[in-house]
Design a protein around this ligand. Structure first.
Ligand SMILES: CC(C)(COP(=O)(O)OP(=O)(O)OC[C@H]1O[C@@H](n2cnc3c(N)ncnc32)[C@H](O)[C@@H]1OP(=O)(O)O)[C@@H](O)C(=O)NCCC(=O)NCCS
Ligand SMILES: [Zn+2]
Length: 197
């Protein structure tokens, strides 16, 4: 059963946040506490099986993405990627798939997909025209790229150093990367989905 985080008990919400902190990173705390967020919990009975955070794309993050586009840090050779970059630069209201964690014993059952769909629907209901997700490319990091690919997201590959000039509060780079230290030099893939069709 998938329910909006704000409809869960304090204990369940805490359990869901703990799952995100353990499997994704400290920066989830910031996203989970936001009152303009789109967070969801998947419950199996009383147990938290998975949790996800969606956020309105922050101006600082949008500026960062636009800077990456300007600095040719993103591979825009595919027509769909170029179109996505244009949409981002037009400042359309955008939702960010910020974090997602499925407890190991519940993986491979479609929960990640279901939590992505729940957030996309919530973004659409809020009038967002686009959804994006940044996949961090690091052996120590998440495994989200295959997921967004299998859901038909458009893909823009970002050069190493994608986060090197990151100064926002919302990214793992601010707390340091497990591989690179305070200044993350990892590559990323930026995924996007048009929500208007
Ligand atoms: C990545 C993660 C969220 C996937 O959860 P899940 O519930 O097992 O995923 P689903 O069952 O919904 O799978 C959805 C699709 O992604 C694919 N997929 C999921 N994890 C994959 C992986 N590690 N490698 C390759 N493909 C994967 C599945 O094959 C499936 O594709 P299909 O429907 O075309 O067969 C989960 O492994 C996890 O929480 N990992 C640790 C935290 C993390 O990496 N979070 C993402 C970054 S914030
Ligand atoms: Zn790094």
């Amino acid at each position: 059963m998938i329910i909006p985080a704000e409809q869960t008990s304090t204990a369940t919400s805490r359990e869901a946040l703990d799952l995100l902190l353990a499997l994704v990173g400290d920066y989830c705390e910031y996203g989970w506490q936001r009152d303009d967020g789109f967070s969801f919990v998947a419950l199996a009975g009383d147990q938290v099986a998975a949790a996800a955070i969606g956020l309105p794309l922050a101006p600082g993050d949008r500026a960062h993405i636009n800077r990456a586009i300007r600095n040719n840090h993103l591979d825009l050779r595919q027509p769909a990627a170029l179109e996505l970059a244009h949409t981002l630069r037009e400042q359309q209201p955008t939702g960010e798939l910020f974090a997602l964690a499925v407890a190991p014993e519940f993986r491979g059952q479609g929960l990640a997909k279901a939590l992505i769909s729940a957030r996309l629907t919530a973004f659409q209901d809020a009038g967002f025209q686009l959804a994006i997700a940044e996949s961090w490319i690091n052996p120590a990091g998440g495994q989200s790229a295959p997921l967004y690919r299998s859901l038909g997201f458009t893909e823009m590959v970002a050069a190493p150093g994608y986060w090197a000039d990151e100064r926002t509060e919302s990214n793992h780079a601010t707390k340091g990367c497990p591989s690179c230290g305070p200044l993350c030099k990892c590559a990323a893939i930026l995924f996007g989905k048009d929500l208007t069709c």
